[in-house]
Design a protein around this ligand. Structure first.
Ligand SMILES: Nc1ncnc2c1ncn2[C@@H]1O[C@H](COP(=O)(O)OP(=O)(O)OP(=O)(O)O)[C@@H](O)[C@H]1O
Ligand SMILES: [Mg+2]
Length: 272
């Protein structure tokens, strides 16, 4: 995804104008931000995505991912595919953001990569995009030996199918339409024993077999929470692969995510 971002002091009302404190055009999207975080923390990340036809946007994305040490696999063969644009306005005052997502469909014209998972990955993280590719790889992902983690942002028509592939769903509050209890019951039905729900500044709820708990968010003066959930996921995957300990990996991810909230955008925390 391409993020067009503006940080403002306060959201302008209807028909009003404000001047941004800062603005940017940045590669973004759930899995992209997670993979950049994972690589920044020292992991070896491959982002599987659709880059679209050759041109400025594609070059920009590839150059950025190379810079952050993320390998990229382009799965889309549709020359007309265009990378979706997300328009994000964050407020400094409220430490919150609004996002206007592109209506673009996932690429459905795909490379045939039956060997795709033969490359020795340790962990798969899915967001809910590239669903045609996930469908194509469904059996291979099911048989995958390592943990499959799902970042569930909001509930989609195909979320159940993604959950069935998942060992550990770590989902945002809005994904749990009937609330965390209903989500817990759904996981139970699907024999998912390890899951977490992230709730922004109100921290994380988790369950691991018979154990459950709550990890309070680190108290920070949030300047910009854009991508906090994605960064949380990249950091979680990194910590979890190292230790295999679920709750401590969530706690470590919440430290990294809180750090990212203290500076503008999805990357500047890496320089602090
Ligand atoms: N204001 C904040 N202060 C401290 N930590 C935060 C704050 N906002 C988010 N976090 C951390 O980041 C984690 C993920 O945030 P959140 O639950 O908002 O993700 P999300 O709903 O997936 O949003 P997105 O993916 O759009 O960033 C939280 O569980 C928390 O640990
Ligand atoms: Mg999220």
């Amino acid at each position: 995804m391409l993020d067009v971002t503006a940080l403002v002091d306060e959201f302008p009302g209807p028909d009003a104008k404000v001047t941004a404190v800062s603005s940017d055009v940045m590669p973004g999207g759930t899995a992209l931000n997670a993979s950049v975080t994972f690589a920044y923390l020292g992991g070896d990340a491959t982002l599987v995505t659709s880059l679209g036809a050759s041109g400025l946007i594609r070059d920009f994305l590839v150059e950025d991912l190379v810079q952050y040490g993320v390998h990229v696999e382009d799965i889309c063969t549709d020359p007309a595919y265009r990378v979706p644009v997300s328009t994000v306005v964050s407020t400094r005052k409220l430490g919150t953001r609004m996002i206007i997502n592109d209506a673009a469909e996932d690429c459905s014209s795909l490379v045939d990569r039956s060997d795709f998972l033969a490359d020795g990955f340790d962990l798969i993280q899915l967001d809910q995009y590239e669903r045609h590719f996930v469908e194509q790889q469904y059996a291979a992902i099911r048989e995958f030996d390592g943990p499959v983690i799902l970042d569930g942002g909001s509930w989609k028509g195909w979320s159940t199918g993604f959950l069935r592939l998942t060992d550990i769903p770590i989902v945002s509050e809005v994904f749990c339409q009937g609330g965390p209890r209903a989500f817990a019951a759904m996981c139970n039905e699907m024999s998912i024993t390890r899951w977490a729900v992230t709730r922004g500044a109100r921290g994380v709820l988790w369950r691991d077999g018979q154990s459950e708990g709550e990890i309070p968010a680190v108290r920070v003066d949030a300047v910009d929470t854009l991508g906090a959930g994605d960064i949380f996921h990249g950091a979680f995957c990194h910590a979890y692969l190292r230790s295999g300990d679920f709750a401590p990996a969530l706690a470590s991810a919440s430290q990294v995510a809180a750090r990212s909230c203290q500076s503008v955008g999805t990357r500047s925390w890496m320089n602090d």
